[in-house]
Design a protein around this ligand. Structure first.
Ligand code: ATP
Ligand code: MG
Length: 379
């Protein structure tokens, strides 16, 4: 399965782009600030129907334009030559977004996400390691929303209930607050359990991917559900019990702070790698290269999850991935990708010499000022 055609209008500096993409993909070369990342962001928009950076749609509209539109034709979703058209348009007036699958608006956005099957690797992935828990929760939510039926719905319901409960904490009495406890427990336990199951399930794969990238360093993923330490359950079935009792015991604190302090909206997970003789949190103690390797391992996990769930190789969108790895790490990542990436690869780099993955096999395209052409840049 691959992205066969792409049409962009008014998407950041990509004013008007029409591409026929080969099944193996392309290597896109162009200097800084020409639109390489914008192109990958536009393609990935068809997976999530929002920016991978989590920014507002308004920021994606080309300066001075009224709307943007992204349309992609995916070929071979079921192994044959069938095509499926994914499209999204957003207009400034009324801040309206319209998403369609084969021309039809799905009932819920949850039905629209995940039809492209793409994973994006970017230098910004370092935020997964360096930034606060919010970035890691977003990562979990995206991976699970795309790969576990029902997760996105539960998450959306959880957020709604959380908003109501927080409003009650600000304004309401005890009864008004308590009314939201059971709905919060129901959806929250579901979210907790899915996150925990995913993290537990990919632990070994994470360790082995990381060992391969780093040349043998061990690593572990640790889930830290936002529950009092003594209330973290031993098995997924008792998350509801744990959350219920945590809510009971924190209600005084919550009324003081006027917000819900336990529950999956405050979850965290840590990645530990060797530092000073034992495994420690990479966010606090890791070197630049260690951070980069961990971020790559997380994206490779995402790709592996997608492949397992859907039974086909993901489309890999790779934004200048080798930029900050040392020679040995780049070599190993390259080997790893050569073995895993059997689907379409769309990669970008500022210099042709940075195109290392399938450099000889991918057609070389170029970009200047938002205009893409086949081959080297020329008149
Ligand atoms: P680098 O190699 O530095 O990563 P790049 O080719 O990936 O560069 P992009 O980030 O894709 O560059 O594009 C950056 C350009 O897009 C910037 O010069 C910026 O001015 C332009 N740009 C960003 N947002 C908009 C917008 N809403 N409308 C028009 N142009 C925009
Ligand atoms: Mg870029």
């Amino acid at each position: 399965m691959h992205l066969a055609r792409l049409r962009l209008q008014g998407f950041r500096n990509l004013a008007d782009v029409r591409l026929e993409l080969p099944p193996e993909g392309i290597a896109l070369v162009g200097p800084n600030a020409q639109g390489k990342t914008n192109l990958l962001e536009a393609i990935h928009y068809l997976e999530l129907f929002r920016s991978f950076r989590g920014v507002r749609d308004a920021e994606l509209v080309r300066f001075g334009e009224a709307f943007f539109r992204v349309e992609g034709v995916v070929r071979g979703a079921t192994g044959g030559g069938e095509e499926r058209t994914l499209a999204a348009a957003w207009q400034r007036e009324g801040a309206r977004k319209r998403v369609t699958l084969d021309g039809v608006e799905p009932e819920r956005l949850a039905d629209a996400v995940g039809h492209l099957g793409a994973v994006l690797f970017t230098p910004a992935d370092l935020a997964l390691v360096n930034d606060g828990p919010h970035e890691r929760r977003r990562f979990l939510d995206i991976v699970l929303s795309l790969n576990e039926p029902g997760y996105l719905g539960a998450l959306q319901r959880y957020r709604r209930v959380l908003g109501q409960r927080n409003a009650a904490l600000r304004e309401g009495g005890a009864a008004a607050i308590a009314a939201w406890d059971e709905p919060l427990v129901r959806e929250g336990a579901r979210v907790f359990a899915s996150r925990r199951a995913w993290i537990a399930g990919v632990g070994e794969a994470f360790a082995s991917l990381h060992a391969e990238i780093s040349g043998g360093e061990p690593a572990e993923l640790v889930y830290l559900p936002a529950l009092p330490t003594d209330a973290r359950p031993d098995d997924a079935e008792t998350f509801d019990e744990s959350l219920r009792s945590a809510l009971r015991s924190s209600v005084d604190q919550e009324r003081r702070m006027q917000t819900t302090v336990v529950g999956p909206h405050r979850d965290e997970f840590r990645m530990r790698v060797p530092n000073g003789g034992r495994l420690r949190d990479v966010r606090s103690y890791g070197s630049g290269g260690q951070r980069r390797s961990v971020a790559l391992a997380l994206r490779l996990l995402e790709a592996r999850t997608l492949e397992e769930q859907r039974g086909r190789a993901p489309i890999l969108l790779m934004d200048d991935v080798f930029a900050e790895l040392d020679e040995a790490r780049s070599e190993r990542v390259l080997e790893l990708l050569e073995r895993t990436a059997v689907g379409q690869v769309i990669l970008t780099a500022p210099r042709a010499s940075d195109i290392r993955l399938r450099g000889d096999r991918l057609p070389r395209w170029s970009i200047r000022d938002g205009v893409i052409q086949m081959g080297e840049w020329g008149p």
